[in-house]
Design a protein around this ligand. Structure first.
Ligand code: PMT
Length: 399
């Protein structure tokens, strides 16, 4: 798969170096096209080193025209990503300007176009910029996809929408081209708490009981809720995932800590989603010192005690938020999920068949059934990120 990475003039161009590296790592062939403005922020040499390909900077370059001129580049590309896309580059693309190689390539290419805007928040909110974006969407219809921008602190010190989306998110988005994720801002003004990952229940100072949860499903839900406009609190067990941008994360180890943090922060939350794979039992006694192997004894018995149920505790609160649980099952999936929906006093439950390795624990994809007292919605297999948006969209129709 061939990708042209177009870089325009903006401070976020430094993040595009990571983006180039991640795209190459994913197996894409990457050719970089930089505008004159981009070259003021970061050198072409950086991208040549990262992609292993010569970087294209000028429209009328005799050398380049013999090799990879704008038409050849346009035909070569399967996808074009513009990151960062400055306000000026969006205006140029909108006007059909071809005064820079990048814009000429875009005009001449049939490739899918991904635009990751990055600019000051006031510029982003400016009606002229917004009008240009709407025009581009109208003109290119299915060919164009905007990614971000995200909200947060900006290089200029201002805070608001305008930060370029993180390289990891852009790669994920571009890789999932066929999934058409639609993000509607339906959670603006809402506070959402999500639990994610496994818990670890200590046996002694160096050993614990845990499970295979990677946190991917819970983190995907947190990202989706944040992108849909919610204020998100993520209570996470130990995972190897980067904390998503603009999400308040509370790291915990055990089920007891997860319960304590969930209860301490649940005030004002409108929605609670229990996606964590919480250990049902913990050791009744945690040994102060590392347990020793005992000579002549071939078995060892640990006494376990039931952990508190976090989801059920939240769902019993007098001002309970809208509660969504997950049921990880290996048999009678929907039937067992319905029992948990009732027993834990939930509004929805996500029935998750975890008997198959390509869905459920630690997989990138998932396939679930969403069940409420009135409805059952079956989702086909899709990425956890897309599923997260689908779950939240469905839940919001009832909330
Ligand atoms: O993290 P990944 O690798 O992406 O995998 C995702 C997942 C498989 C972990 C996720 O999709 C999932 O199914 N999470 C729920 C796992 C689980 O513990 O299911 P359960 O059926 O045992 O629990 C039912 C519900 O009660 C869950 O919402 C759970 O968070 C909650 N619970 C359970 C026990 C407990 N002591 N406290 C709880 O809150």
């Amino acid at each position: 798969m061939n990708i042209i990475l177009g870089i325009t003039g903006g401070i976020a161009a430094y993040k595009t170096a990571s983006l180039a590296r991640l795209l190459v790592k994913q197996g894409y062939s990457v050719r970089v096209v930089m505008t004159a403005g981009a070259c003021e922020f970061i050198t072409p040499l950086t991208f040549q080193a990262l992609t292993g390909n010569a970087v294209h900077t000028t429209l009328l370059d005799e050398q380049a025209e013999k090799g990879m001129g704008h038409i050849e580049l346009a035909k070569w590309a399967d996808k074009i990503i513009v990151a960062p896309a400055s306000a000026n580059s969006i205006a140029s693309m909108c006007s059909g300007s071809a005064n820079e190689l990048l814009y000429a390539v875009i005009l001449a290419s049939k490739a899918k176009l991904f635009i990751a805007p990055a600019m000051n928040e006031v510029m982003w909110a400016n009606p002229v910029v917004q009008k240009n974006i709407q025009e581009l969407k109208k003109m290119y219809v299915d060919k164009i996809q905007f990614i971000g921008p995200d909200a947060g602190e900006q290089a200029c010190g201002d805070v608001g929408y305008g930060r370029m989306s993180e390289p990891e998110y852009i790669v994920e988005f571009v890789s999932r081209l066929n999934e058409q994720i639609t993000v509607e801002q339906i959670l603006v003004g809402k506070k959402v708490m999500i639990t994610a990952g496994p818990t670890q229940e200590l046996i002694d100072p160096v050993r614990y009981i845990t499970n295979k949860s990677s946190g991917k499903m819970g983190y995907a839900l947190a990202i989706a809720a944040q992108k849909m406009g919610a204020q998100v609190i993520l209570v996470s067990g130990p995972v190897n995932l980067k904390c998503p941008e603009n999400i308040a994360i509370i790291n915990v180890q055990s089920a007891k800590q997860m319960l304590q943090q969930a209860l301490a922060n649940i005030n004002d939350c409108d929605i609670f989603i229990g996606c964590a794979a919480v250990a049902d039992y913990a050791c009744s006694q945690v040994s102060e010192h590392k347990l020793k192997k005992i000579d002549g004894q071939s078995t060892m018995t640990l006494e376990l005690i039931k952990n508190p149920d976090i989801l059920a505790s939240i769902a019993q609160l007098p001002n309970k938020p809208f509660c969504v649980g997950f049921a990880a099952e290996t048999q009678n999936v929907e039937q067992n999920a319905k029992i948990k929906l009732e027993q834990k006093n939930l509004d929805w439950i996500v029935a998750n068949d975890v008997s198959k390795s390509e869905i459920g624990f630690n997989s990138d994809d998932n396939q679930v059934t969403l069940i409420s007292k009135e409805k059952t919605l079956q989702f086909k297999k899709m990425s956890k990120q897309k599923l997260a948006y689908s779950i939240l969209n469905a839940v919001c129709t009832d909330f």
